[in-house]
Design a protein around this ligand. Structure first.
Ligand code: BGC
Length: 255
């Protein structure tokens, strides 16, 4: 059997940028600076697949790739498209990317990838029990781990809170859209949503990820949050998705 490579190209597909870098999957580090291309508009599967191929060429890559998508992904097929072009629903992204790039591509949910990276190398390292990773951005992404094992595609951002979808109340995009201060957003929007997740899941640790985990942002709303579980900002910042995508690809190749 062919040896599974330790170095894998990780690619994180976001609403505004598609970012990638080769990753050392045993050390959880990028081997080069990340390469970023603005997300094509409209971000159709075909246009995004071509951008993924561009990143592959720009990083001179011809090995396996791990790639995130901001939707539920089951066996390579994207099943939901809450914050991406609706034409993704039902697309076999793994097959499309493989055809466009000519190498095996593992596709998974963006928050699941970020969580995998945090659990392996960041804020959730060596943590047993139930760990909940939440990413606050355009939407709310979630990743649930039990003793280090991922329960994929949890989509807790879509649980209803106060008759509304949680990510429509507490995503970071809502903070900026409604011009809320960091403190008010934390106390009035994030806190009640965290309480709901705690009630439903009793996690031991909650990791808050996405752009809001940057120290200069976290210090403005983190102190307003109170949870029974330990609460930590993510450690890997905007590299988490790239690292996690590469880790998922290695796991897939490992079988
Ligand atoms: C999507 C999730 C995604 C999250 C963060 C949500 O709207 O449904 O799949 O993980 O946004 O991008």
């Amino acid at each position: 059997m062919a040896k599974v490579p330790t170095k894998i190209l990780g690619i994180d597909i976001g609403g505004s940028g598609i970012k990638g870098a080769p990753v050392h999957t045993k050390k959880g580090r990028l081997l080069h600076d990340r390469y970023r291309i603005p997300t094509p508009q409209p971000a159709t599967p075909k246009a995004v697949a071509e951008t993924v191929h561009e990143i592959m060429k720009a990083t001179d890559w011809d090995g396996p790739i791990g790639c995130t998508v901001p939707g539920r992904v089951v066996k390579g097929v994207v099943e939901t498209a809450a914050n991406i072009d609706p034409s993704w629903t039902g697309t076999n992204a793994a097959k499309l990317f493989k055809k466009t790039c000519g190498v095996p591509v593992t596709v998974l949910n963006d928050a699941d990838a970020a969580g995998m990276a945090e659990v392996a190398f960041g804020a959730g390292r060596k943590k047993k029990g139930t760990v909940l990773m939440l990413t606050f951005g355009t939407g709310i992404g979630s990743a649930l781990f039990v003793d280090g094992r991922l329960v994929p595609n949890t989509e807790f951002g879509h649980v209803r809170y106060d008759h509304r979808i949680a990510e429509h109340v507490a995503a970071d995009s809502i903070r900026s859209k409604e011009h809320l201060s960091w403190e008010r957003w934390g106390r009035r929007r994030v806190q009640p949503v965290l309480e709901m997740y705690e009630f439903l899941l009793s996690p031991d640790l909650i990791i808050v990820g996405g752009g809001v985990s940057k120290p200069e942002r976290w210090e403005r709303f983190g102190p307003a949050l109170q949870t029974k579980a330990k609460l930590k900002p993510a450690k890997l910042g905007n590299e988490a998705g790239i690292v996690g995508a590469a880790l998922a690809a290695r796991q897939m190749l490992d079988g």
